[in-house]
Each structure stands twice: as C-alpha cells, then as structure tokens.
Design a protein around this ligand. Structure first.
Ligand SMILES: Cc1ncc(COP(=O)(O)O)c(C=O)c1O
Length: 393
C-alpha cells in the first residue's frame, strides 16, 4: 500500500551513499575494522560516555547487555517495562534472569518509577528502563534510590537518541545503555546497534560477547591475562569465555553511521518542533496531550484516546486508513508485552492483566503511533491533526 503519511521516509540519503561509494573505491577491508572503531569513538563523544561497542542490531545490544550483566553480576531479577520491544524481555530470559514487569507512566510511557521503587529487593540485579518513543523516562527519586542501593540502571535508548534528562543525554546515566540504528529510528546504519558504558569491565565483556565470547576481542591486556592464566591448556587466540553468538556489524554500516551522526542533532531539532506542533493541535478532549515533553526527541506522534471506546477507535482507524496515514496500534513494539505469546506462562493470566496493568493495557487497545520525521512540514501536521480531531464520539 502507498501511504500518504508513512511511518518513516527513507533516511539513507545521497550523502550517505556517496560516503559508502568513496569508501569502497579504496579496496578496503569490509569486516569490522577502523571505521567501526571510529564510529564507536564518535558515538561515545556524542553521547558523553567512555566506551561504545557497535553491533548489528538493537536487539543484539540488548542480548549482549543482559548476558554481560549475568556474567559480571550474576543472575537475578531484572525489572522491565510492559511497553517496550520484545528483545528487552527475551534478552532477560535468555541470560537466565527473571523479568519483573512494571506498568507505564502515562506522561513518559516509561516504567512507572513508584512501582519500580516498591519492587526493588536484594535479588534485583538491574532496572532495565526503556526510553519509549523519544521521551525522557528517568526520574530523580528513582535514580537516587538505585544509587543508594547500588542497583544498576540499564537504559534502552533504541527509540530516543538525543533525549535528555536535566540536560544530560539519556543513555549516559546507567551502568550501560543500548541504541538501535534500524531504519525507522532517529538515525540508521540500515541495521545496527550500540552498547555504551563507562564501566571498563562491562566494556570488555561487551566486546567479547559481540564476537563468539572470544578473549582476544578484549582490548585490555589485564582483562585478557586473567582468562589466559586460567586456561594454560588453550591457545590464547582461541579462548571462548562465555556462550554467545556473532553480533558484529561491518565497515559499510559504520561508514553510514558516521555520515548519519553528522545530521542527527539537526534532524532531532526538526522532530521536536514537529512533535510540539502535533501536541498543540491535537484535541485534548479526545486524546492524551499531557506528555512530559521536557528533554524529549520523538520519532513518533503518540496518539492515545482518552476513552476506551472501541467503536470510536474503529472509526479512527478507518479514517487513518482512508487517508493513507500509516499507524501502529499498541504504540511501540506491539503494545502490552504481557499479552504476547512468548510470555505465556511467565506473564499473569490475561483476565488479570487489565486490573494489574491498567495504563499499558489502555495503550495496547487505544494507543497508536504515527511517523514523525524531519521532512514533514507544518502543513502536513495540520492536515494530520485535522483528520484525527474530526473523528468524534
Ligand atoms: C526499545 C527497543 N529496543 C530494542 C529494539 C531492537 O532494535 P533492532 O530493531 O535494531 O533490533 C527496538 C526496535 O525497534 C526497540 O524499539
């Protein structure tokens, strides 16, 4: 179907393609090499962290992060949101942790900080917070509590590159953070992701977990020596420390990432202007407009109906379809993760979900996202809001 307002416009530009063509002219190494390294350094500088590890997707970043948490801190409970992407929870399960589910704060779409505070216990290994769709999901009281109890925060920023909390970039607060560069996000390497951290051990673990768990992937001689001394029977070039996969990307993806990063801040400013215009035009009698916009950089227009009115929702969807407005019901990631089959037997019974998780369940049935990207102009956003506001009870 051809949409008049698709979720995303192609964001790999002529400039990016020219950078790849120029790179290929030099008969270069294509597997992970100097461009990956340079992209990691440029990304770390942009984010304000010490280390970044470039991988082939945001999901890979999640899997590496949860595995590193397990190998360095041991298995335990990991507090996760119900509005997130599947890999934020499947990575927790794959690493042998126990996910503990939180409902959503309606103003940020991130996990409700008061619920998180109540769920913390000595077996909590980490709080794995998703900054949903460009919002700043952090909360000062929660940050202080985690610091007091020495519980690591891990931030998934796959949907929120450039969002800030009190002026500091999301993804630079926790023990580690994850980004995605899939094509629908704020910037793209076609496919790609990043694991970011200030922690040297976490950095070395992420490097090894990216590449078969191989000790030689660590660039810290002391870190390598521990493993080499413990395995004198092995060729030091082939010590596989932990079970994992191959999550590496390539030089071509890194060249695109380096080219895209130059435009990220300017594009983000456009997205923020678009989102503010969208919220100012949306009818608050019909839709949620009271979002916490300070520090947010949204790649999506969030549309959540005030009333759980199924007939009205169906008319709204029909109106969007009729005008070619591409949309995703359930907002990010398919809505309430607890309703997904991969969590059968782990999530509460479906009949109990609306009572236990009312906010995410409302978003699941009556929330949407619509694309917000730099090439949209004010007239298009006015047109969109005119249609949305015209669907009345
Ligand atoms: C919050 C979040 N985490 C992780 C991912 C996975 O990223 P990728 O599609 O690059 O694997 C996504 C994907 O959209 C996401 O939204």
């Amino acid at each position: 179907m051809n949409f008049s307002l698709p979720l995303m416009a192609n964001n790999i530009t002529a400039e990016d393609r020219a950078a790849v063509i120029e790179f290929l002219k030099g008969d270069p190494i294509l597997t992970q090499a100097s461009n990956v390294r340079a992209f990691e350094q440029e990304w770390s500088a942009w984010l304000g962290v010490r280390h970044s590890v470039f991988v082939n997707s945001g999901a890979s970043a999640n899997f590496i992060t949860m595995a590193a948490l397990r190998h360095l801190h041991g298995p335990g409970e990991v507090i996760v949101p119900t509005l997130t992407w599947v890999s934020d929870i499947s990575s927790v399960l794959a690493a042998g942790h126990k996910p503990v589910f939180m409902d959503v704060n309606p103003r940020t779409l991130a996990m409700d900080p008061r619920q998180v505070g109540a769920a913390l216990n000595p077996n909590t290994r980490a709080v794995f917070l998703t900054h949903c769709q460009g919002f700043d999901g952090l909360d000062d009281a929660l940050l202080a509590e985690l610091q007091k109890r020495h519980i690591p925060l891990i931030e998934d920023v796959c949907e929120s590159h450039g969002a800030t909390h009190r002026g500091q970039k999301a993804g630079s607060f926790g023990l580690a953070s994850n980004f995605s560069f899939y094509f629908a996000h704020h910037m793209s390497t076609i496919e790609g992701g990043m694991v970011c951290t200030d922690d040297e051990d976490f950095h070395q673990a992420a490097r090894m977990l990216r590449s078969h768990g191989m000790v030689r992937e660590s660039d810290n001689p002391e870190f390598r020596k521990k493993w080499e001394d413990a395995s004198p029977d092995l060729n030091p070039k082939f010590i596989f420390a932990w079970p994992t996969g191959n999550y590496r990307s390539t030089e071509i993806n890194a060249v695109i990432g380096r080219s895209q990063l130059k435009r990220l801040d300017a594009n983000n400013r456009r997205r923020t202007e678009n989102f503010q215009l969208f919220l100012s035009l949306l009818d608050p009698a019909l839709y949620w407009t009271d979002f916490q916009v300070e520090g947010s950089v949204n790649y999506a227009f969030n549309l959540v109906m005030n009333k759980p009115d199924e007939a009205l929702r169906d008319r709204l969807m029909a109106a969007m379809d009729a005008h070619g407005i591409e949309h995703r019901r359930g907002s990010a990631g398919g809505g309430n993760q607890l309703r997904q089959p991969y969590l059968a037997g782990i999530a509460p019974e479906k009949a109990d979900i609306p009572r236990l998780f009312p906010v995410i369940d409302h978003i699941h049935f009556f929330g949407f996202y619509i694309g917000n990207y730099p090439s949209l102009d004010a007239d298009r956003i006015r047109w969109l809001c005119g249609i949305l506001n015209s669907v009345r009870p």
